[in-house]
Design a protein around this ligand. Structure first.
Ligand code: NAP
Length: 304
């Protein structure tokens, strides 16, 4: 049986550490870290993510502010809000919740955020710093993946790591972080000819695609470490019998359940360690965002 890597436990440890550091930062420098969030429109998933970020800030003692803008807000209005946060000394990190409505140019918005306050790590300057292994902000989800492995004392150096998915915000930065830890990295995407060949070669398999059951048991090497980033909401009418049975309580309660990209029931017996969905990488994302915001506030404190 694989060791279950609990993102709930690790993220709670991280938040407790942050809480202590916040108390110290307030005591010594009089600075409370602050996170500014911009939410445009009414996307239900985005609203949940933003609410979780606000909750996370409250838990660790950060100031948190959310600018909620209507779905028809103009690009100029969003840029203006970015500038407002940018100028404020009590806001050390700022982010614009994605996705944005289609009439807004995402790149233009992300590039307008000062790299010094870009706690999502999506600005090209921070991406460049990640490539060059310089200190900057690393996107929270990939940073959480590496943090989990380190805290579980999983050796990365010299291992074959396969990253499935090559998005700008998850797959690519995660592949770079694994490379920076001296793994031999393979990156797979929609054009990859023989996905199974690459996944079976992996000592560490990381998956971020958004397709339930993409990774079946026979695609995983015996003893591999499997990190499942995917989040897929399955409603009761679309679930197979096995899943309905396994997640019966969830379906009964909510009429839906969350699964990752990995067929957990097939893969878990083959893996040496595995992250569950939910309760794996998900909670790590908020914890690492808070860590980035704390890092920004600490930098600010040193400049003063
Ligand atoms: P995305 O931008 O849609 O990227 C998905 C990636 O998977 C793309 O690179 C795509 O390649 C690749 N892909 C699609 N089908 C594939 C296949 N059959 N074989 C190999 N690669 C394939 O999504 P994302 O933002 O990276 O998110 C991925 C998943 O992670 C989603 O389920 C999302 O909800 C979840 N997520 C979780 C967290 C968390 O906190 N746990 C955070 C962020 C995202 P092409 O671009 O070539 O099509």
């Amino acid at each position: 049986m694989a060791k279950l890597i609990s993102g709930v436990k690790i993220s709670s440890d991280i938040k407790n550490e942050i809480k202590e550091e916040v108390k110290e930062l307030i005591r010594v420098k009089g600075i409370r870290p602050g996170l500014g969030v911009i939410l445009v429109g009414e996307d239900p998933a985005s609203r949940v993510y933003v609410a979780n970020k606000e909750k996370g800030c409250a838990e660790v003692g950060f100031l948190s502010e959310t600018a909620r803008m209507p779905a028809d807000a103009t690009e100029e209005q969003v840029l203006k809000q970015i500038n407002l946060y940018q100028k404020r000394e009590d806001i050390h990190g700022l982010l614009v919740q994605l996705p944005l409505p289609s009439h807004i140019n995402k790149d233009k918005i992300l590039h307008a955020i000062s790299p010094d306050k870009d706690v999502d790590g999506f600005h090209p300057v921070n991406i460049g710093k990640l490539v060059a292994q310089q200190e900057g902000f690393v996107p929270a989800t990939p940073a959480g993946v590496i943090e989990m492995m380190k805290r579980e004392e999983i050796k990365i150096k010299g291992k074959n790591a396969t990253m499935v998915g090559h998005s700008e915000i998850v797959g690519k930065p995660c592949a770079l972080l694994l490379l920076n830890e001296w793994a031999t990295v393979t990156v797979c995407h929609i054009e990859t000819r023989d996905l199974k060949y690459h996944t079976r070669n992996a000592d560490i398999l990381v998956v971020a695609v958004g397709k339930p059951k993409l990774i079946s048991g026979d695609m995983v090497k015996e003893g591999a470490v499997v990190i499942d980033i995917g989040i897929n909401r399955i409603t009761a009418d679309k679930a197979d019998e096995k899943l309905l049975e396994w997640r019966k309580d969830d379906f009964d309660k909510k009429g839906a359940t969350l699964v990752g990209d990995v067929d957990f029931q097939e893969v878990e017996p083959r893996a040496s360690a595995i992250t569950p969905v939910p309760g794996g990488v998900g909670p790590m994302t908020i914890a690492m965002l808070l860590k980035n915001t704390l890092q920004s506030a600490k930098r600010f404190a040193d400049i003063r």
